[in-house]
Design a protein around this ligand. Structure first.
Ligand code: ADP
Ligand code: MG
Length: 299
């Protein structure tokens, strides 16, 4: 698969103190929608800033496309919105985009095409200052797409929007992806990444906790809730099973987290073999929120 961006062992240390990005490596391939997911301060914007050449890296490497062209030229094939959209308030949407076309030497015909894509063609004669935040964000996306970039980069694209605005932006991102533009977005919202992205890089305090498909992140092995007369003995025996990651007692129940698949029958049989009869056995899966919190907190 064609590579759009390769990041290798990237590090960023601000002011010799804040290690904002730690040894980060991942690749972006054409046609996918990537999410960088992590809580505030986890290094998402710093990572985007580095590859867009607005933040200096401390060490490591990144290369755009096959690495044959300089970053400066490669970035002409990248559309990015990493700050709040800013246009001339007293100019119309159309005039603002025409100005971008002039600066970047793009034919004016692109303006109508992209306004239509983001659902703002009917509002093209309205001044930017009259736009809602959601419309401003969609205009920024239209602007970033004027030169038909290979990849669109968005930092927290739905921050501050109302539910309808959030929905419109997410639908728009999916449409842009279907049309063949690769997308990289940063978000602190698990459900946003789950709804929009095919692939994810999970960051916490600059460290990568997971990378791979969104489906892979969401399918974990689950856990058991079990009880027996002698909880101490139960915990000791369960802990000795090779499929068990860790256990904890919550509300008089033993929670058994797995590192490998283990059917309920197999656990029951194993315990019976060790002279333990269960009075309670339930297999549960973590909700998405719980999985994300587990990924980001328990390390
Ligand atoms: P995110 O986008 O995931 O919220 P950031 O990349 O903005 O995370 O920040 C990562 C860390 O780097 C945080 O601890 C933040 O305070 C710090 N940081 C970000 N920008 C700067 C800067 N310009 N100077 C110093 N520290 C910074
Ligand atoms: Mg950020």
């Amino acid at each position: 698969m064609e590579k759009i961006l390769t990041i290798q062992n990237l590090n960023k240390v601000y002011n010799k103190r804040v290690h904002a990005v730690k040894n980060l490596s991942f690749e972006i391939h054409k046609g996918n929608v990537y999410g960088i997911l992590g809580p505030n301060g986890s290094g998402k914007s710093t990572t985007l800033g580095i590859v867009l050449n607005v933040v200096n890296k401390t060490s490591g490497h990144y290369k755009w496309f096959d690495g044959a062209i300089q970053t400066h030229d490669a970035l002409k094939k990248v559309g990015a919105i990493i700050e709040r959209p800013n246009f001339y308030p007293y100019m119309t949407a159309e005039e603002n985009l025409q100005l971008v076309c002039k600066i970047k030497n793009i034919p004016f015909a692109k303006v109508a095409e992209k306004l239509e894509l983001v659902g703002l063609l009917e509002r093209k004669k309205d001044k930017f200052r009259t736009y809602s935040l959601g419309m401003k964000q969609r205009l920024a996306i239209a602007s970033a797409l004027l030169n038909d970039p290979e990849i669109l980069i968005l930092d927290e694209p739905t921050n501050g929007l109302d539910p309808q605005g959030i929905r419109q932006i997410r639908d728009l991102i999916k449409i842009i992806a279907v049309q063949g533009t690769t997308i990289l977005l940063a978000s602190h919202l698990l459900d946003e990444v789950e709804k929009v992205c095919t692939h994810v890089v999970v960051l916490r305090k600059g460290e990568m906790l997971y990378q791979g498909s969104v489906d892979g992140m969401l399918s974990n092995e689950g856990f058991f809730e079990i009880q027996a007369n002698n909880m101490g003995q139960l915990q000791e025996v369960v802990q000795s099973h090779t499929a068990v990651e860790k256990t904890e007692i919550v509300d008089q129940k033993l929670l058994v987290y797995l590192k490998e698949p283990l059917p309920a029958e197999a656990l029951n049989q194993y315990l019976f073999h060790h002279q333990i009869v269960l009075s309670h056995l339930v297999k549960r899966k973590l909700s998405l929120e719980e999985q994300f919190l587990q990924l980001t907190n328990n390390h």
